[in-house]
Structures are given as C-alpha cells and as structure tokens.
Design a protein around this ligand. Structure first.
Ligand SMILES: Cc1ncc(COP(=O)(O)O)c(C=O)c1O
Length: 455
C-alpha cells in the first residue's frame, strides 16, 4: 500500500512551465503610472534582466539553471502523500493527496522562487536585496537564498505578523538578513503611514512600498528588489511543484486529479501546483481547480478585475488583476501571507477566463480544519495552508454525500510550527471571524486608479 511517492533527485524537473504560452486569451500588459504600456527596461532598477525577460516571456518551457537545481535538490522533489488517515476521519470515498512543500529549509514553497531570484541577481552583480514579508515565510526564504549566494538581504515585515511571530525574525537573522517591522520610520512610505496611524498593523501593500523605495534609493544599481508572489516569473518558478506532482500521481496509478485546491495570497503556491494541470484543462480535461482565500481578504470572490497598483503607495506598475483596491487594509487575521489586496495577473486571467472556481473561507473554519488534519495526518499546517485544508474537507464531504470516488490534490504550502500563537488563540476561543462589510469594500474599491482601459 503506497502512502508517499518520493522521486529521486534525478527526476527533478529541468524546466519550468509558463502558462502565458497557453492561456486562451493573451495576458494584458502591465502599465506605467501614466497608463502607457510598461517597457521592460522600466523594471531594470528593480530586477535583473533575466527575471524581466521571464516576466514578459511567452515561451512555454524555460530551463532551470544547474546552480539552482543543485540547491533545490536538497529538499526536492518534495513528497506527494496520500492522506489516508484524513480520508478515514472524513469517511469519504475521495482519495486525497497533498504535495508537501513544508519540507524546505524555510518551511514553505517560497524557496522555490527565492533561490532562482537570488541566483539571477548574483549573476547580474547585485549585492543586496530588499523585500517585504507577510507571515515571515517569504522573508525567511529570501534570507536563506541570499545566504546561499552571499547577498545582503533586508526584509520589511508586516507589523501584525512581526509581533505575533518573533521567531521568524530570528530565522532571518540566523541566515544573515535584517528584518524591520513595517510600517517603519526608514522610508517615506512608512513614515507617511505612521504619521496617519502610529499603531498601524501594516499590510503587504505597505511593506512592498517600503521595500521598493529602499531598493530604488541605492543609486549604485547594486540593490534590487525581490517579490515573493504575484509576478509572472514567480508563478513560473513555482511550477516545479505541479510538474513533480504529475509524475508522482502516476506512481500512485492516478491519471489526473478531479479537484485541485490551494490557498491564495498573491497566488504563487496555487499557480505552482495548478498551472501544469490548467494546461490539461485547456486541452480538454475536466478538472475543478479551486483557489481559496480568506473571507476577510476576498480579492477573487468579491474584488474587481481592474488595473491596480501592486503596493499601497502606488510605486509599482499597474497590473491587470482581481483587486480589493491598493488601499485595502485587511483585518489582522492569522494568515498573514494571505492579507494581500490583489491577485497574480496570471491567476486572475485564468479565473477571468473561466478556468478556476475561487472560494473564500472564514478563519474559524480554517483552524478547525487544520486541527482535524493535524490529528489525523500529524502535520501542523500554516494558517495560510489551513484555507486549502478547509476547502478539501468541503469537497471530501460532498464526495461522501454524492457517493462519488474522486481524486483531490491539494497544496500543503507550509508548516505552522512558528504560527502556534494562532492555534493557541483558536483553542482559547479568542479567534473570531472578521467579515468584510460592503461599505468597507466599496470605499476601498473607490481608490482604484483611473488609468488604463476598463476590463
Ligand atoms: C505557507 C504559505 N502559504 C501560502 C502563502 C500565500 O502566498 P502565495 O499565494 O503566493 O502562495 C504564504 C505567503 O506568505 C505562505 O507563507
């Protein structure tokens, strides 16, 4: 009886898959703040050339450099596990599989892109990277990757997570990075927010503004910015997850999943797992592909598809995406990595083109799901990942009610061993759902920039 399918490192995918090559309606371009189409060179103050090329590429397969593979091979291919005990607990005829990305050094899928981003920066002569982090997973992943290539790394960490997850900061320090809470007094963007609201819990949008500003400030050109989600090149790097999962499902004798589930913040672990299967869906396969977001930050289920800034201060290009408005301030729920106002343009386009079925779930149901998963399978998942687990339970229960065997594949994007404060508050009953009112949503959407075509 097979429980886990591990592949030898000789089976590591050698190329990433680019959905931009196959998505039925071509991706809309990013825009400059004046509404003109962004020229790739306008990104060169932030990113090295190879990443800018990947950002705009419509080539289907892109080679993974040997130097990157050598580092990824320390923990990849990651296991694909059949959640038999979870199936028993749910008394479901569904066969549930999870792709376990929590086995990386930083504890999540984030190093899959941190390593190539640090590598391409090193090749281009960058000596320092700046970035933001929500829950701390991305900040620790980039700190780890920077250490591999001898780069300095400065991380702006969303204040609410910084206070709740002090050990994430220690991880970053251990890998040689510096980590400051955002909003911070170190940047104009941070100071402006602090003047208006000294106790601001921060948001990913604000932290991105600070990290971008810190990179642009260095006129030597040796400081670059790195983003852990949202952009096309990040989605690309994460596809190694789904490419491995396809081979591993075959080892279990499964042809193709019926349902794929992953949580979405900016969209990268979801994209990584699902994009290789979206290709199959475009080619005719019948797969229900479900991105799951928090009910308190519902960009895909309640936001608008529009051009919007990627950050709060409006320093980034305008991206075509599902958004709640770049001024949106999500409630400080425990899934810090899902508190982002927008969604990756590629994920947004796939949803807009009818390839996805987005869902949103409140945090109490998510923690309850995570506890059931921990008690049956053993792994204590990150609060972000708990959104995927909660949706899997809904799907497994539906399969039971319909007496239908089906194959559910879900992304276990990270462990929650440094997120136990959230679990503690769940057990003491101190956790609440924080629904988003129509008024809050309308006032945030009113901040959408009035440039670019209506979508
Ligand atoms: C464990 C985990 N899962 C999911 C996410 C959400 O990001 P993304 O949608 O880019 O996968 C994060 C972000 O910090 C995370 O730490």
């Amino acid at each position: 009886m097979r429980v886990s399918a591990t592949l030898p490192d000789s089976e590591l995918p050698r190329q990433w898959y680019n959905l931009a090559a196959d998505i039925p309606h071509a991706l809309l371009p990013p825009l400059a703040p004046d509404g003109s189409v962004l020229k790739p060179e306008q990104l060169s103050a932030l990113f090295p050339e190879t990443l800018i090329e990947q950002e705009a590429s419509s080539q289907r397969w892109i080679d993974i450099p040997e130097e990157v593979l050598e580092i990824l091979a320390r923990w990849r291919p990651t296991p694909l596990v059949r959640a038999r005990n979870f199936e028993r607990l749910l008394n479901t005829p569904a066969r549930i599989y999870y792709k376990n990305e929590s086995v990386s050094p930083a504890g999540s899928h984030k190093p899959n892109t941190a390593v190539p981003q640090a590598y391409y920066n090193k090749l281009a002569g960058t000596t320092r990277l700046t970035t933001e982090t929500g829950a701390g997973q991305w900040g620790s992943a980039l700190s780890f990757a920077s250490a591999q290539f001898g780069l300095e790394c400065q991380v702006f960490m969303v204040r609410s997570s910084y206070d709740k997850k002090p050990y994430r900061k220690v991880m970053m320090q251990t890998w040689g990075a510096s980590c400051v809470p955002s909003p911070s007094p170190h940047t104009r963007a941070g100071r402006k927010i602090l003047e208006a609201q000294p106790d601001s819990p921060g948001s990913l949008g604000i932290a991105i503004s600070e990290a971008v500003e810190a990179a642009l400030e260095d006129s030597s050109g040796k400081t670059h910015y790195a983003l852990g989600s949202v952009l096309n090149h990040v989605m690309l790097h994460q596809t190694i997850i789904g490419l491995e999962a396809k081979r591993q499902l075959a080892l279990f004798g499964e042809k193709s999943p019926d349902t794929i589930v992953a949580c979405v913040g900016g969209g990268s672990n979801f994209a990584g797992l699902s994009f290789p299967f979206i290709k199959e869906k475009i080619d005719g396969a019948n797969i229900d592909i479900i991105p799951v977001e928090p009910a308190s930050c519902p960009s895909m289920t309640r936001g608008l598809y529009a051009y919007d800034f990627g950050d709060t201060a409006g320093m980034t290009p305008l991206l075509p995406m599902y958004t709640l408005g770049h001024n949106f301030m999500p409630s400080p729920n425990h899934a810090g990595g899902l508190r982002y106002h927008g969604m990756a343009p590629l994920v947004s386009a796939a949803a807009k083109q009818g390839l996805l079925r987005p869902q949103s779930i409140s945090q109490v149901e998510c923690f309850s799901a995570a506890v059931q998963f921990a008690r049956s399978e053993g792994i204590i998942v990150a609060p972000e990942t708990s959104h995927a687990v909660a949706q899997v339970i809904r799907e497994a229960v539906r399969a039971r009610e319909e007496r239908r065997e089906k194959v559910i594949l879900f992304g276990l994007s990270g462990h929650g061993l440094l997120d136990l404060q959230g679990y503690a508050e769940y057990f003491s009953g101190d956790i609440a759902n924080t629904p988003l009112s129509e008024e809050e949503l309308d006032s945030s959407l009113a901040s959408l920039p009035k440039v670019g075509p209506a979508l």
